[in-house]
Design a protein around this ligand. Structure first.
Ligand code: GDP
Length: 418
């Protein structure tokens, strides 16, 4: 079985039996068959300050204690100074559909005095996963490609009721071109319904103001009424206000539900009137798992790849995706070199031709000058000959030599002749 990348500080694969219904077996049939054939791999990342309920939500989402309960650090324990990246994988199965789920946690994010660069190790981790994928793609034998790229990033927003914090904006700004961002409001049971509505509006306004792209449900052509309604229902809930719980509690009317019990009542995780957990799960696991994978592959990864190649100085035809292997890269480079050479050759030819043309023009000019001189000389000789003949005739007939004015008439004749 494929193992997650080794550069992570801790990773393990556990085999889990699901305790109940999750939902990925219900992915649209055709798509899910494709996914099963390809070996279904899905990686979700969770980011947010510690204590916002990340582990609890993951366990609630996949209905399993994938995440061991974290013990809080004792007060005098040495605290880590940087954000670490931890991944945990599980093979989970539902109705015969198997999924290798990896959850990447980012403990430490936002927990330090100075959090200016908290996003950095996370970007590096996401890009190193792209690198690992690219490396497999460029291998000659690429039958068994393990996809450890992060397909979705749940970003946990503290339920302050104010607007986004600097660290939230900075993180999303740095990450939105690398990963499908799904913002969630953590611990939504700590806010009233009205507070949640207002908070969501502020968050969306902040996101828009900073040109941050969060994951958007794609709408395909010819979508049927039911699907459109579902998309609309999901989209209008973003950022999802979620509540997590791995406890089963008893409601006043005697039902056993996953939820949180309060003196005033019970918050039910799976009740859509209580929070957006169901919609988040629907989006992540049922409706859009395949879309998230697809968007990661054809948009986020491809953009990263061509940026990387451009930085390496290799220009690419944007319509030719995927087919880069070392041999091809060499061929591409050779092609570029040959192009350069032939361009130089063409330039040299042009300069040469220009020189030749100049020379030819000069030659032609001197030829014309020669012709002209030749004509002049010929004419002068002809004139001399005529004069001599005239003289001869007059000497022979005993007539006196022509007076000067007649001479000019001969000249005129000559002009008329030419
Ligand atoms: P993490 O550090 O982000 O992984 O947070 P944990 O999942 O370990 O949760 C921290 C604490 O918050 C625990 O005591 C949880 O029981 C509690 N918690 C988790 N989810 C929720 C929630 O949705 N609402 C409330 N009120 N508490 C929660």
């Amino acid at each position: 079985a494929p193992t997650p990348p080794t550069h992570h500080s801790f990773s393990s694969v556990v085999r889990k039996k699901l305790m109940g219904y999750v939902g990925f077996a219900n992915l649209p049939n055709q798509v899910h068959r494709k996914s099963v054939r390809k070996g279904f791999q899905f990686t979700a990342m969770v980011v947010g300050e510690s204590g916002l309920g990340k582990s609890t939500l993951i366990n609630t989402l996949f209905n399993t204690t994938l995440y061991p309960r974290k013990e809080p650090l004792p007060p005098h324990a040495e605290r880590p100074q940087t954000v670490s990246i931890q991944s945990i994988s599980a093979d989970i199965e539902e109705s015969g559909v198997r999924l290798r789920l990896t959850v990447v946690d980012t403990p430490g994010f936002g927990d330090f005095v100075n959090n200016d660069e908290s996003w950095k190790p996370i970007v590096e981790d996401i890009e190193s996963r792209f690198d690992a994928y690219l490396e497999q793609e460029t291998r000659v034998n690429r039958q068994k490609i393990v996809d450890n790229r992060v397909h979705a990033c749940l970003y946990f927003i503290q339920p302050t009721g104010h607007s986004l914090k600097q660290i939230d904006i900075e993180f999303m700004r740095r990450l939105h071109q690398r990963v499908n961002l799904i913002p969630v409001i953590a611990k939504a049971d700590t806010m009233t319904d009205e507070e949640i509505i207002e908070f969501k509006q502020r968050i969306l306004a902040d996101i828009a103001q900073h040109n941050i792209q969060i994951f958007q449900a794609p709408i395909h052509e010819n979508e049927d009424e039911e699907t459109l309604t579902e998309i609309e229902e999901i989209t209008t809930k973003i950022p999802f206000a979620v509540v997590g719980s791995d406890q089963v509690v008893l409601t006043p009317d005697g039902r056993e539900v996953r939820g949180r019990a309060y003196p005033w009542g019970v918050i039910e995780v799976d009740n859509e009137d209580h929070c957006d957990f169901v919609k988040l799960r629907q989006m992540l696991i049922r409706t859009y798992m395949e879309e998230l994978r697809e968007h990661t592959n054809t948009y986020l990864y491809e953009n990263w790849r061509s940026e990387k190649l451009t930085n390496m100085g290799i220009q690419q035809d944007p319509t030719v995706f995927k087919e880069v292997n070392p041999a091809q890269r060499v061929a591409e480079e050779r092609g570029l070199h040959e192009q350069k050479l032939s361009k130089m050759e063409a330039e040299m030819k042009m300069v040469f031709q220009q020189k030749v043309q100049e020379k030819e023009a000069k030659l032609k000019q001197s030829e014309e000058e020669l012709y002209a001189r030749h004509r002049e000389m010929r004419d002068a000789l002809e004139k001399q000959r005529l004069e001599l003949e005239d003289k001869k005739r007059r000497v022979e007939s005993g007539r006196p030599l022509t007076p000067t004015h007649e001479k000019s008439s001969t000249k005129r004749n000559r002009f008329l002749r030419t």
